[in-house]
Design a protein around this ligand. Structure first.
Ligand SMILES: Cc1cc2nc3c(=O)[nH]c(=O)nc-3n(C[C@H](O)[C@H](O)[C@H](O)COP(=O)(O)O)c2cc1C
Length: 319
């Protein structure tokens, strides 16, 4: 029996978490009573030919079929294998083809579950505060690595991921960053910033002393990359660099907070000294130093930090 479009609905359910690639050929989908043949590739039944040879992804309809309990059976000569992330490095030119793969993970929450999840996350995030006084209690490198991985999942212009994070626990290097940052800060507070800026900082209570840069166990310096390089050394331009890097930085701050750590987003002005100190190329722009660690016993926050604009002020709904 040829594939019948009416079965698309029935086919809407298995292999939710997996996807398959099949060599060009025919697949048989075999529920108990009927046998459906799906020719591969064929757009009509939802297959997507890739641009890499004769392979094609078996997409939504077939995955859903599997979820509905239909069994997928390859015709003789049809190779089916579990889809795996390509092993080709990200910036090998050959990897940059359009290939659709099924959405790998879905949340599938009810409306009530979504409301609870949103509220729980808000409850957690509203407890985050910038902390300027740290203990020297160490933080395992593994925690920092995992949080950086989270940052690396951020969306970015054309998926170029134009960021680089330098994580520093080396005391001598932290001291160097502190010395150079404080030098910039002294210039900043001595008039470089201008009266209006200094006035705006008054309620925050900051000055040119930055002891957190040496007491916090980790400093993470965020760099924005104006361009990237393919494996063969050819350059490519990055797009929406500040937007992408700032989203990744937000992910990082949320991940660190979620891991029970405190942070300070520190922005000495200017920050160019960080390129040389940390050996990063001139094509990268340092955007922030994030101090990471545990709060000191007597850590305080400025009271104004609790004043967050209400929803009505930060949003408009058009329904
Ligand atoms: C881009 C940016 C730069 C910042 N630079 C500094 C800084 O150089 N020094 C500092 O003490 N705090 C800095 N902060 C922290 C802010 O002062 C802080 O986020 C704000 O007062 C709100 O407090 P909260 O983070 O506790 O909610 C910076 C924050 C951002 C987002």
């Amino acid at each position: 029996m040829q594939f019948d479009p009416h079965h698309l609905a029935a086919l809407s359910a298995v292999l939710r978490r997996g996807s398959f690639e099949a060599a060009a050929g025919e697949l048989s989908v075999t529920p108990s009573a009927i046998s459906l043949r799906i020719k591969v590739p064929e757009h009509r039944v939802g297959t997507v030919p890739t641009r890499r040879g004769p392979h094609c992804s078996v997409t939504r309809s077939v995955r859903r079929a599997a979820r509905a309990g239909l069994s997928l059976q390859p015709r003789p000569g049809t190779e089916i294998r579990k889809y795996q992330d390509p092993e080709i490095p990200m910036f090998a030119k050959e990897a940059l083809n359009y290939t659709a793969i099924p959405l790998p993970d879905r949340a599938d929450l009810s409306d009530d579950e979504m409301c609870s999840a949103a509220a729980a996350f808000h409850e957690q995030m509203r407890r985050r505060h910038t902390v300027r006084d740290y203990t020297d209690r160490p933080v395992p490198r593994e925690v920092i690595e995992t949080c950086l991985r989270t940052a690396g999942t951020a969306p970015s212009g054309a998926n170029h991921q134009p960021w680089h994070f330098v994580a520093i626990s080396n005391p001598a290097m932290k001291q160097r960053v502190r010395d150079e940052a404080e030098e910039e800060e002294r210039r900043f507070y001595a008039g470089g910033a201008g009266d209006e800026w200094i006035k705006a900082l008054e309620p925050i209570g900051t000055d040119a002393d930055k002891p957190h840069l040496t007491t916090a166990p980790w400093l993470i310096v965020v760099f924005a990359q104006r361009w990237g390089t393919f494996e063969d050394g050819a350059r490519f331009k990055n797009y929406y660099v500040p937007e992408s890097v700032n989203i990744a930085t937000g992910f990082l701050l949320a991940a660190l907070h979620h891991a029970g750590l405190c942070t300070l987003t520190h922005t000495p002005n200017p920050m160019k000294f960080l390129n040389e100190a940390l050996g990063r190329p001139a094509s990268e722009k340092p955007t922030m130093i994030i101090a990471v660690g545990h709060p000191a016993e007597d850590a305080t926050i400025p009271s104004v930090a609790k004043l967050k604009k209400p929803l009505e002020q930060i949003s408009t709904f058009l329904e």
